[in-house]
Design a protein around this ligand. Structure first.
Ligand code: AMP
Length: 283
């Protein structure tokens, strides 16, 4: 396995692979890898001849008061996980390598990014789309793998690839959870013991919403109310949003017909966590 910081090096490697007719699977990450990331890597490994993982904490997708500086980083441990998972190349650029002096081009979207996380993180998806398109242009993957954990991001990237005719297939992968149900996340490391227990309320509240839908409820407001009520039983939880949206367009729905995304964002102490479920297999 090789680790490259320079765009020119990864381009050279990719060019040689393509000349040999090899397919490339790509997993973009911000590092501090866990089993959620590993499931994406494993799927990429199964479906492609070569696998590239990028590890880049992208400053552009963090707001001014967000956790860019404190976001956990551990390249050595990440490299171990990647090596064991059969990754061929880690791309680990510096911010200067990605954003050269005078950088002023962005990818933005009118729809899909205004609801859910877009409300409290208004510049987040612009940063995500810009870096993902840049990474696609550098790695030129046949397939790229994204987790349903960040369901809005997955929908946004799918839309971007369609709209801008990017020749990469987007593959959505299911949420990987801890044994007790908490969705795995690099940000879980911020939680102290008490908060870690309190964080279980995210999954628990979604289970309440899911049970209601399975019992035949089709009113989105009723589902949101049930999830909200469950979240409010946890004193350490502060709700950012509870929403029911169309999975493809990320617009609110009144009735839960078709594949809907039920998504929540909740502060546990200072840590903002997200979780969701999709009603049909919309991945
Ligand atoms: P991040 O490093 O948090 O930017 O995540 C990189 C990729 O891993 C994204 O596509 C995430 O959706 C995905 N991911 C993160 N956590 C999980 C998880 N628990 N299950 C599945 N995918 C995940």
């Amino acid at each position: 396995m090789r680790i490259y910081e320079e765009i020119s090096k990864i381009r050279e490697t990719v060019r040689a692979w393509k000349q040999d007719g090899l397919t490339i699977g790509f997993v973009p990450t911000m590092g501090y890898l866990h089993e959620g990331h590993k499931s994406l890597i494993d799927t990429a490994r199964r479906e492609n001849d070569r696998v590239v993982v990028s590890i880049f904490v992208n400053p552009m997708q963090f707001g001014p008061s967000e956790d860019f500086a404190s976001y956990p980083r551990d390249l050595e441990q990440d490299a171990g996980l990647c090596e064991d998972a059969g990754v061929d190349v880690i791309f680990h650029p510096t911010a200067e390598e990605m954003y050269t002096d005078g950088f002023c081009s962005y990818v933005d979207m009118n729809g899909l990014t205004t609801e859910l996380c877009g409300k409290s993180r208004p510049t987040h998806f612009r940063g995500v789309q810009t870096v993902v398109l840049k990474l696609f242009n550098i790695v030129t993957p046949d397939r790229a793998y994204f987790g349903q954990k960040d369901a809005q991001q997955l929908a946004v990237i799918k839309r971007m690839v369609t709209d801008l005719n990017v020749g990469t297939e987007i593959v959505g992968c299911p949420i990987i959870r801890e044994k007790d149900g908490l969705a795995k996340s690099s940000r879980n490391t911020y939680l102290n013991e008490e908060e870690r227990k309190a964080a279980l309320i995210l999954h628990k509240s979604l289970e309440v919403g899911k049970a209601l839908l399975e019992s035949g409820e089709t009113d989105a407001a009723a589902v949101k109310a049930a999830i909200t009520a469950e979240l409010e039983t946890e004193p350490l939880a502060k709700i950012d949003y509870v929403d029911v949206v169309d999975f493809d367009t990320v617009t609110p729905v009144e009735k839960t017909e078709g594949p809907v995304l039920v998504a929540i964002a909740v502060y546990i102490g200072k840590t903002r966590l997200i979780d969701n479920f999709i009603t049909c297999n919309a991945l």
